[in-house]
Design a protein around this ligand. Structure first.
Ligand SMILES: [Zn+2]
Length: 412
């Protein structure tokens, strides 16, 4: 049963509902798209978050800039906001969210401006509202409610709002881990994934392997294919074959994950020739592979290269491979770790559901923590519309998840 303090803090959060929506909406107007996806980076958004939380009652707020020469501001900002607990030597609690967002994608697929928030039917729409605005707001307002209610938490509470999550985290969580900010027994929650009813606490991830495939043939006139080697045609043959054969060979199922299989998807396709009557001599496309932890992703990579050799022999093209991102799955977090147990209790109290520990498709900050030896967990109540057009967040989930954090922060 929730105690009186938790009931009071949570009713404060109900009263902050409109403020949370407004704040999230204001943040959505500052895109913070990754410079490597052609965006302006996170500096403006970071400043706006710092202005916002200066009155939230944190004991300490720090901005950690990581140098990045290729970004417009030359730095990538990360924010750490702390509340000191008074429970003596207790593990630190961390809630880690990210401020960068992915580009809007095809604008025609949006019903409204992706960077102008729309509130409708209990949801807020906009790029970044689910990924990762919802939980950033929930965590910050949980602290605000706690402070307004005069509650002194037992644990130290740290809210990290990081840069660069969408493209590898080099200038975000990886840099912060290198700085030695985290301790072995810290309770680290990365609310950047989850499921509709909020029951999934993610403790393990698939390996993530992105592959750039460059196919080289010989350019020639569209009417005289015998004089060249069509790189695009060979790339398509390779793409179809590789997708089929990988699914056949790496076909294990693990029901902890959704989907319960490894996935091997061709994604980005670079433009080749500008005109229709030229046979392209070069073709570039990308694959996004998410591989169950049962498999060594190096073996998958070898299989891909073997298939390329077969297609090369038949067509005369050459294939070159690069891996823009490669993160082999980390050892799972134990379902009995304090982070899982504390979070389970808080979720049960707020939502009256039975959470379980499972796996997801990979690629959150939690995998980076796990690889570095910190048992992080991922949780949020959301519909999984991240990166889609018409991305939305349920307002009930923003407020509800804030209550989960507040409940967690009140834990002895
Ligand atoms: Zn995210």
């Amino acid at each position: 049963m929730p105690n009186d303090t938790i009931i009071a803090v949570n009713s404060r959060l109900d009263g902050m509902r409109d403020e949370m929506i407004e704040t999230l909406g204001n943040l959505i107007r500052i895109p913070a798209i990754n410079p490597r996806s052609g965006g302006e980076g996170e500096v403006k958004k970071a400043q706006s978050i710092l202005d916002l939380i200066s009155e939230f009652g944190f004991h300490e707020i720090e901005r950690i800039d990581v140098p990045d020469e290729s970004s417009p501001d030359k730095v990538r900002p990360n924010i750490i906001a702390r509340i000191k607990g008074e429970g003596g030597p207790k593990p630190n609690i961390w809630i880690v969210t990210h401020m960068d967002v992915v580009p809007e994608g095809d604008l025609k697929l949006w019903d409204s401006d992706p960077f102008e928030p729309v509130v409708k039917d209990g949801k807020i729409y906009g790029r970044g509202v689910e990924d990762n605005g919802q939980e950033m707001i929930a965590a910050l307002y949980a602290v605000k409610a706690l402070k307004e209610e005069g509650v002194i938490p037992q644990h130290n509470i740290n809210i990290a709002i990081v840069a660069d999550e969408e493209l590898g985290s080099e200038f975000g969580i990886k840099a912060l881990i290198k700085k030695g900010l985290f301790e072995e027994d810290d309770i680290i929650i990365v609310p950047d994934g989850g499921n509709k009813d909020g029951t999934l606490i993610e403790v393990s991830e698939k390996s993530i392997m992105w592959i750039k495939i460059t196919t080289t043939g010989k350019q020639c006139h569209g009417s005289r294919p015998e004089r060249g080697i069509n790189a695009f045609k060979a790339a398509m043959k390779f793409g179809v074959r590789v997708e089929e054969e990988l699914h056949k060979k790496y076909n294990k199922r693990d029901e902890l994950f959704s989907p319960p299989i490894s996935t091997f998807e061709p994604t980005k396709k670079k433009a080749n020739v500008p005109n229709i009557n030229t046979i392209p001599g070069e073709d570039i496309f990308y694959m996004d592979c998410r591989i169950l932890p049962d498999y060594d992703p190096e073996n998958v990579y070898d299989t891909i290269k073997e298939i390329a050799d077969l297609v090369s022999a038949k067509t005369g093209v050459t294939f070159d491979f690069e891996r823009p991102q490669y993160d082999p799955a980390a050892p799972p977090t134990s379902p009995d770790s304090p982070a899982v147990l504390m979070l389970k209790e808080a979720i049960e109290q707020v939502y009256d559901i039975k959470p379980f520990a499972g796996g997801i498709g990979g690629g959150t900050c939690a995998a980076i923590f796990r690889r570095a030896g910190y048992p992080a967990v991922v949780w949020a109540k959301l519909d999984e519309v991240a990166h889609s057009p018409n991305e939305y967040a349920w307002i009930d989930n923003i407020v509800g998840d804030a209550k989960v954090y507040a409940t967690l922060f009140c834990t002895q």
